[in-house]
Design a protein around this ligand. Structure first.
Ligand SMILES: [Zn+2]
Length: 595
């Protein structure tokens, strides 16, 4: 099996910039014709693509931020968006990762990222060397961040020359070296991706990766190391990221070394994988391109290093990257399927324990479609040497399992959406009632509650809460259930304002004066709108934000949001939501995210 893997990550490196040709961006370059001639900025990485390994575009999900990107790459899971807002360094929940599965991981880079993986891992297993936060200061030359990392890696292997104990540790199997290179992200934010600074940083990263690759190959001298180069997210033309723009979601993935397939090339025309035209100016048309989803990279790393897949990984092993025979591939895919199905099994058990009448995912519902039945069929295929068939079936099963997980995850949504919709509609009607009371009737209407109405609303609260309690619902569900009742109770108490307001309105406009009625309506909607925009600029707690994100409003509420990075980039987020009338809904990231 393969011994080690070395993973290099260019934070904020968008895919096209890693491969396109540009004039020499280095500060030393003169302005003569030779340096103006377009050339690849990353000749070493390009040589891996052309002669040594496999490449493609790794597609990230939104929000395209460092934290979720790293979690997807290293743990194989797409973290709940709320993690972006609930603290940058601390994990809301500790999670398993490729690092945690390794014998030992050495990681170098930003203090914003690395502790996420060392915290919560088996003690002593994941080592992180980070520079100080002040070193990260934007005004400094961001290249220093990358030089710092490369220098530390070199130092480690230099120390091993004299430190016998370290040397022995470095020669064990299942090791991971992780280099987090923040320079590109910092330069991208400061100067944008077309700048000389950003492009020159790509050169520096390429040179560093070349040196480290040589250093490691020389140290081990056994060709048992796999290398993976990728990025957590891309960078927009205006130097930002966070949203789902393709410039932010497309990152390069290049793997080479032990266990990785050699490039598949064609003599004439275009090799498969370039159909979307995205890579048309990379001068790599003859090399097959294999795109992956970001979490697949975690699975790939685990496989190449000979590790178990992280428990919550939803990554699918990208077979084209793997140099193995069909039997090995078939077995690896089956393990991959089982690992994802295990998550499904546990989540289904949890659901069954709390649901009154649990409805299983339909694809696994009938006797010959059960998970066990499907796995048995794959095992039989492998035994009979039908590896291709086994791979196809495992692939299918993984997709079903992922859809099943999604089914379980969204199981409550209809119920939640109903509650939240009732809450928003209630809030709008409540606001309208109050507006009519204040502006049309001059606040003359008293609120009126009857014993029956109080008893009715109270018993609805009790019934709903008992229902939530019986299902072991999380605390915020109680709030979702409370708001609609609170607003509708308020509307009920002021119901006379609606009745009187209507009479007054009709009295004012006289007989069948539709024109005036229309104008009045416009006026009242205007009043409502003013109230909405002034009153409803709220700061939302992250958890509510997350759930709001999932809520496609059927009401007339629209939320727009601007997330503001605090002065120190990405350290903390403040979410601001303002309600607007019409259409859709919420989100997270630097900009709007519409699923
Ligand atoms: Zn950034």
């Amino acid at each position: 099996m393969h011994l080690h893997s070395n993973k290099n990550l260019g934070d904020g490196l968008r895919a096209d910039k890693a491969f396109q040709y540009f004039p020499d961006p280095s500060p030393a370059a003169s302005n003569d014709s030779t340096s103006l001639e377009p050339r690849p900025l990353a000749p070493f990485l390009r040589s891996r693509v052309l002669e040594h390994g496999t490449f493609g575009v790794s597609h990230t999900r939104v929000p395209t931020e460092s934290r979720p990107g790293h979690v997807a790459l290293i743990a194989g899971l797409y973290e709940d968006v709320s993690a972006v807002t609930t603290g940058w360094k601390l994990n809301p929940v500790n999670f398993d990762s490729v690092f945690n599965r390794s014998r030992h991981t050495w990681s170098w880079g930003s203090p914003d990222i690395l502790p996420m993986f060392s915290t919560g891992a088996v003690p002593g297993r994941v080592e992180d060397a980070t520079y100080g936060t002040e070193f990260e200061d934007f005004s400094k030359d961001a290249l220093e961040l990358d030089y710092w990392v490369f220098d530390r890696v070199k130092q480690l292997f230099k120390d091993a020359e004299t430190d016998a104990e370290l040397n022995a540790r470095l020669r064990q199997d299942k090791l991971v070296f992780f280099l987090h290179l923040l320079g590109l992200d910092t330069n991208g934010h400061a100067y944008r991706p077309y700048s000389r600074e950003y492009l020159n940083n790509i050169k520096v990263v390429d040179e560093g990766v070349r040196e480290i690759t040589e250093l490691i190959n020389n140290f081990y001298d056994d060709d048992e190391t796999a290398f993976v180069f990728t990025a957590d997210h891309g960078m927009s033309d205006w130097g930002s990221h966070g949203d789902g723009h393709p410039d932010n979601t497309r990152t390069p993935l290049i793997a080479w070394g032990a266990g990785v397939s050699k490039p598949v090339t064609v003599q004439h025309g275009k090799a498969p994988g370039h159909e979307d035209g995205f890579s048309s100016d990379w001068h790599l048309d003859h090399v097959q391109r294999h795109d992956v989803a970001q979490a697949d990279v975690a699975t790939l790393m685990a496989y190449l290093t000979g590790l178990e897949y992280p428990v919550n990984s939803v990554g699918e092993l990208p077979l084209p990257f793997i140099d193995a025979d069909d039997q090995q591939k078939a077995k690896a895919m089956l393990v991959n399927a089982r690992q994802i199905l295990e998550m499904y099994r546990i989540k289904e058990e949890e659901k069954m324990a709390t649901e009154f009448r649990y409805k299983p995912y339909h694809e696994f519902a009938t006797a010959e479609q059960t998970v066990d039945h499907r796995i048995e069929a794959i095992q039989n295929a492998i035994q009979d040497g039908q590896y291709k068939q086994a791979i196809t079936s495992s692939d299918e099963l993984i997709k079903l399992a992922l859809r099943g997980l999604r089914y379980l995850q969204t199981y409550d949504w209809l119920f939640l959406r109903t509650l939240i919709t009732a809450g928003y509609v209630g809030w709008i009607v409540f606001a309208f009632t109050t507006a009519v009371d204040l502006h049309v009737l001059d606040g003359s209407v008293e609120t009126s509650r009857t014993t029956t109405s109080i008893a009715t609303f109270t018993s609805i609260v009790v019934a709903l809460y008992s229902f939530l309690f019986a299902r072991s619902s999380p605390p915020q569900y109680y709030a979702y259930a409370f708001f609609p009742l609170m607003f509708w109770e308020g509307v009920f108490a002021r119901r006379w304002a609606l009745v009187e307001g209507k009479q007054k309105l009709f009295a004012q406009i006289g007989n069948n004066d539709g024109m005036k009625l229309g104008l009045n309506c416009v006026l009242y909607i205007g009043i409502l709108e003013v109230m909405v925009s002034t009153e409803a600029t709220h700061r939302f707690k992250s958890q509510r934000l997350t759930n709001l994100r999932r809520f496609k409003a059927t009401t007339t509420a629209k939320f727009t949001r601007s997330a503001i990075c605090s002065p120190r980039h990405g350290r903390s987020f403040t979410a601001k939501i303002s309600f607007r009338r019409t259409g859709y809904y919420a989100v997270l990231g630097h900009v709007l995210v519409l699923p």
